[in-house]
Design a protein around this ligand. Structure first.
Ligand code: ADP
Ligand code: ASP
Ligand code: MG
Length: 823
């Protein structure tokens, strides 16, 4: 029976309870040959390294700290071991602590610690955790065969070189053979992290080196499997601390795991893989806190349908760009550049050169930015002076985002998805690199965007829901209906379309409510009544446009001109805008153009279907006609639900003023009915439609017949309502005139291709489409080159909070589809 190697990271052996859990996991193992590699208890390596640093600074606190670390181990021993066992354990622990304080005293005197001193002290954590654990297994005696403690310093021989620790295999193999009879069956408890060099001096395998220890032992023991136990369910599609929806990847190839690890998926250390790959030993990553979960299998031929397996970021990166016409066609520039960096000991994470050879850029750890800038300046000193190279530019505060997966090779469109997702999330890309293996696409971005970028790309590959941050302005009738509609659909959209809509702010003219996560829409009214703070549109927009969320949209359900004036800035800043508010689109033409420009250059979307005909598909229909090459000859219709109602009901029997009064009472008119009767609202809608097909209309260009008598244009609403009957006779006359000819009165807006726009009361035959509508219906008639004999008609309820909110909701989902959601 072959060996199986289990490695438990610091998080799995953090305290007594964890260590006991690890004992049960190993006791459940049925094979006779089990090797267990342990890290130091969580945080102990850091703690020990800190002791050395404190001693170097000659602060006296290090002894206190050492006592703390000692007490932690003694405490675990007291909890888990028998009294005798704990006493024996603590005795050796105390002896080690005495050695350490001796070393620290020397460090204090010299005021500097050589690296081998640091290694020596740091390595005690693994000695303590494994001694304790070995004793525990012995005392519990639930495993067949002997339990043997193995000090890896006596087995693993490494030499540190430029590429890190290199295992000396022949020496290590013979050391193991000396230590362990080939026939041994039982449990080995092995220190992770530490090793020796050829001269027998203690060294380490580098930070997080216990993973490496496990695979070295895996190779030495010719293990059939290596299990790396940690505190997450496996390798996740992204760092779970930054992408809470990250998913466990069921299987990975060695190369995929290597790329992910190298590019920051800290769960497994990149070096770990090499010895396992050479011998094709499968590596399983599992959660010691949930041992029954399947985990991630890393092997030569993984079974997985996913093309992209994971997305990672490396933070604290600097980008150096070397630019100059003098480099074109000159061989050896790259060699000089990277040779100079190598001589300075600076390792390069990513390189990218355009095919023009006009510039080369590379990414390095930010800590080396200044040094790298100087090295490159020096290496190309004469070229810089002579102008063959124009500049060496160092950009700090960058990050690298890497998308990893074997399946990307030979499959077109992956890069487009990555760049599309970043573009939609308004993340600027500074440099790009894709290896010829096509297993990894890496981009350099600004560090402040890294979480947002990570989430956006992660979502684009359906590894997590698309998250959209929403700010709602104007929780009046339409806004409230929209919040309720959204609330009732959130779960369905999450389950069915992987879409995560989060309302994170509500703002009225008086106050605003902001939520870090999201406002619970099931009880938004209560929360809104209860709280809020003074309203500030700038603060509101910044909050909605959170750095860590990929997409932001402001939905303006107010009718405010003041709010509409902010759209251009929001669109330019990367915030999408959805609105039923007509003010922006029917305001000055220059502002309208600025809005469209802002959206175009920032790649944002501005959607306003509900500005005309509430939820009816009017704007979208017109847009489709235009986009498919049809030509508009005219568009006309009844665009006001209020005016539609008034003239549907008015049959000459009751005076017109009585009908207006009744409509006002039913809430069918604006509080001041003059806002409807003036026709301005209809004119605005006509302008919106005209501009949609490229007709340059201003409000003043529309010939509007107002139904507000000039005498009543000013003055209070009450006065207006009181005096309106004075004009009943005039309206009655117009009605009878029409009736005499078998016609009806309708308030119609009309625009033709030449840009002539009229709004007013017209007489229509009883058979006319506009004569036969119900209640507050809107009707819009498009006459085009294609729809000429029989025009295209859109008809239906054109007012009311529910249908208007429905139209806005439709725009919101259209936006999400543009951003990559499959709805
Ligand atoms: P251990 O103590 O077991 O060695 P580490 O802290 O070294 O654990 O590594 C595990 C941690 O790595 C996880 O808790 C997780 O927060 C982090 N991590 C970062 N990226 C990933 C990823 N892609 N998949 C899984 N975990 C990740
Ligand atoms: N204890 C060591 C460290 O913290 C090694 C490891 O845990 O893998 O770096
Ligand atoms: Mg680790």
């Amino acid at each position: 029976m072959g060996w199986i190697v289990h490695k438990f990271g610091g998080s799995s052996v953090a305290d007594a309870e964890c260590i006991l859990r690890v004992a049960t996991i190993i006791e459940a193992e049925t094979g006779p040959r089990v090797a267990v590699v342990l890290s130091a208890c969580k945080g102990v390596t850091d703690g020990l390294l800190e002791l050395v640093a404190l001693a170097e600074q000659r602060t006296d606190t290090h002894l206190e700290r050492l006592a703390g670390i000692r007490a932690r181990h003694a405490g675990i021993a007291d909890t888990l071991l028998s009294a005798d066992g704990a006493r024996d354990y603590t005795r050796t622990l105390d002896a080690d602590c005495r050695d350490i304080s001796g070393i620290l005293q020397t460090v204090g005197l010299i005021r500097a610690a050589a690296h081998n001193i640091r290694d020596l002290v740091a390595g005690y954590g693994e000695i303590w955790s494994t001694r304790l654990y070995a004793r525990l297994l012995i005392e519990r005696a639930r495993r067949p065969g002997a339990v043997r403690w193995v000090d890896a310093r006596e087995v693993i021989v490494v030499e540190w070189g430029a590429l890190g620790p290199a295992v000396q295999w022949p020496e290590s193999e013979s050391a193991l053979a000396r230590h362990l009879p080939a026939s041994f069956e039982g449990t080995l408890v092995i220190t992770g992290f530490i090793a020796s060099n050829r001269r027998g001096i203690q060294t380490t395998l580098g930070r997080n080196g216990s993973d490496f220890s496990a695979s070295i032992f895996g190779a030495l023991l010719a293990a059939r499997e290596i299990v790396i136990w940690t505190d997450v369910d496996g390798v996740l599609s992204a760092d779970p601390r930054r992408v809470p929806d990250a998913k466990v990847i069921d299987s990975l190839s060695y190369s995929e795991a290597m790329e992910l690890a190298y590019f920051g998926a800290k769960v497994i250390h990149p070096q770990t893989m090499a010895p396992a790959i050479a011998r094709q030993i499968p590596i399983l990553i599992k959660n010691s806190f949930a041992a029954t979960k399947p985990g991630t299998l890393i092997c030569a031929h993984p079974r997985s349908a996913l093309k992209v397996k994971g997305i990672t970021t490396i933070d604290a990166v600097a980008l150096v760009n070397l630019e100059g016409a003098g480099m074109i066609g000159v061989p050896g520039t790259a060699q000089r550049l990277f040779g100079a960096l190598r001589d300075a000991g600076i390792s390069v994470i990513l390189i990218s050169q355009g095919s023009s050879e006009h510039s080369i850029c590379f990414a390095i750890p930010d800590a080396e930015a200044l040094a790298a800038g100087e090295v490159v300046q020096r290496a190309f000193d004469s070229e810089l002076r002579e102008g063959q190279i124009q500049q060496v530019e160092v950009s700090r505060e960058c990050a690298i985002l890497a998308v990893v997966g074997d399946g990307m090779a030979g499959s077109p469109g992956i890069a487009a998805k990555v760049f599309g997702a970043l573009g939609d999330a308004a993340v600027n890309i500074r440099a790009i690199a894709q290896g010829a293996s096509e297993r990894n696409i890496s981009v350099v971005i600004e560090a402040r965007h890294s979480t947002r970028a990570l989430r956006a790309v992660h979502a684009r590959f359906y590894l997590s829901p698309h998250t959209v941050s929403i700010g709602l302005i104007g929780p009046g009738l339409v806004g409230a209906a929209l919040l309720d509609q959204l609330g009732s659909q959130l779960q369905r959209l999450k389950d069915g379309a992987n879409l995560d809509l989060r309302v994170r702010g509500i703002l009225s003219s008086k106050r605003m409510l902001l939520a870090e996560g999201e406002i619970d829409l099931a009880r938004w009214r209560t929360v809104w009544q209860a709280g809020g703070r003074p309203c500030d549109l700038g603060v509101f927009a910044r909050h909605v446009h959170a750095e860590h969320l990929p997409h932001a949209v402001i939905i303006d359900c107010s009718a405010s001109e003041e709010v509409a004036r902010h759209y251009a800035d929001w669109l330019a800043a990367g915030i999408h805008v959805v609105t039923p508010n007509k003010k922006a689109n029917s305001g000055p033409l220059a502002y309208y153009a600025a809005l469209k420009d802002a959206a175009r250059s920032a790649g944002t979307h501005y959607l306003y279907e509900a500005t005309v005909g509430a939820g009816l598909p009017v704007v979208q229909t017109l847009r489709d006609l235009r986009e498919t090459g049809d030509e508009l000859r005219s568009v006309e219709g009844i665009f006001s639900g209020t005016l539609a109602y008034l003239f549907n009901v008015y049959d000459g029997r009751e005076p017109f003023s009585t009908i207006v009064r009744a409509a006002r009472q039913k809430g069918y008119t604006e509080p001041d009915p003059r806002d409807d009767l003036s026709g301005t609202d209809v004119a605005r809608k006509l302008i919106i439609l005209g501009r949609e097909v490229g007709v340059q209309l201003e409000l003043g260009d529309v010939a509007v017949e107002s139904l507000v008598p000039a005498e009543l244009a000013t003055g209070s609403v009450e006065e207006f309502m009181a005096r309106l009957p004075e004009f009943d006779a005039h309206m009655a006359a117009r009605f009878s005139e029409a009736q005499a000819q078998g016609q009806v009165l309708r308030y119609v807006g009309r625009l033709d291709a030449a840009g002539r726009a009229t709004v007013g009361l017209v007489r229509l035959d009883r058979q006319h489409a506009f004569a036969n509508i119900a209640l507050t219906d809107n009707v819009v008639r498009f006459e085009t080159r294609r729809y000429c004999d029989n025009p295209l008609i859109v008809q239906g309820p054109g007012a009311g909070p529910e249908v208007t909110a429905g139209g806005v909701f439709g725009d919101l989902l259209r936006l999400c589809a543009y951003l990559g959601t499959k709805i």
